[in-house]
Design a protein around this ligand. Structure first.
Ligand SMILES: *Cc1c(COP(=O)(O)O)cnc(C)c1O
Length: 244
């Protein structure tokens, strides 16, 4: 995959610039709205972490894909989809409330799972963005430590406001890094992961300490305008199928 070579070079440059090791940064290949053939393409290029933002779409795609892949939920999770999400995803980037943690804990206990999660933080304060406020983070983290023994909180995730200038994302990424340092101190948890940076700003995110970059467009081109066929599965959950 030619695009990946370019991305690799950018990540290596950003690591060199900031004195980091390339092995500290992992690429989550964002395949949302693409079909299983794009997941296969990612897999063939050695990208094993697959990012999807919708539970139903991933439920439809995953059985058609190689079983060695790791599925990362990067979109908002509703409490009524937690059970399906836990059965589908290995990693959760977008957990944004104590209520959601409670639901994940309950279902994980039932299913014998130990999910790894990141707390999504709305560092910019933009109303359209999901994620908790930075000042809520200590309380949600404490809640996770006290009440959710099955859940492993591994760090934080954020999205910078949309911009065509990657530099404009830097203050938000820097603030998430500061929050990580602060929360490590107060909680005593390791919290190693920072999921930040997308196609437009991942170099800046790596310079500021990202351990996961979530990349779609820069790897796979513009996402297809899709017509979504929605069917119901036997649990009454909507299942998406994409046709072009
Ligand atoms: C779609 C999406 C991405 C990838 O966006 P690109 O700009 O295509 O790289 C990353 N993170 C989240 C949360 C997304 O929804």
């Amino acid at each position: 995959m030619k695009e990946l070579e370019q991305v690799e070079e950018s990540i290596r440059n950003a690591c060199a610039k900031s004195g980091r090791d390339r092995s500290e940064v992992r690429i989550v290949a964002v395949t949302k709205t693409h079909g299983p053939e794009v997941v296969a393409e990612a897999c063939a290029a050695g990208l094993m972490l697959i990012g999807e933002n919708k539970v139903q779409e991933a439920m439809w795609k995953k059985p058609q894909c190689a079983s060695c892949l790791s599925w990362h939920l990067i979109g908002h999770l509703q409490t009524n989809k937690v059970r399906h999400a836990l059965a589908t995803f290995d990693y959760f980037h977008s957990i944004d409330s104590a209520k959601l943690l409670d639901k994940i804990e309950t279902v994980s206990e039932e299913l014998g799972l130990r999910p790894r999660v990141l707390l999504e933080v709305n560092v910019s304060g933009e109303k359209s963005k999901s994620g908790m406020k930075p000042e809520e983070v200590p309380f949600v983290l404490e809640h996770a430590m006290m009440e959710c023994p099955r859940i492993e909180v591994q760090g934080f995730m954020t999205m910078a406001p949309f911009s065509t200038d990657p530099e404009s994302s830097r203050p938000y990424f820097r603030r998430l890094k500061e929050l990580q340092i602060q929360m490590r101190k107060v909680s005593g948890l390791y919290l190693p992961e920072l999921s930040m940076g997308m196609s437009g700003d991942y170099q800046v995110a790596v310079e500021e300490g990202a351990t996961f970059v979530r990349l779609g467009t820069v790897l796979f081109g513009a996402r297809p305008k899709v017509r979504r066929q929605v069917a119901s599965d036997d649990l009454g959950l909507e299942v998406c199928k994409y046709v072009d």
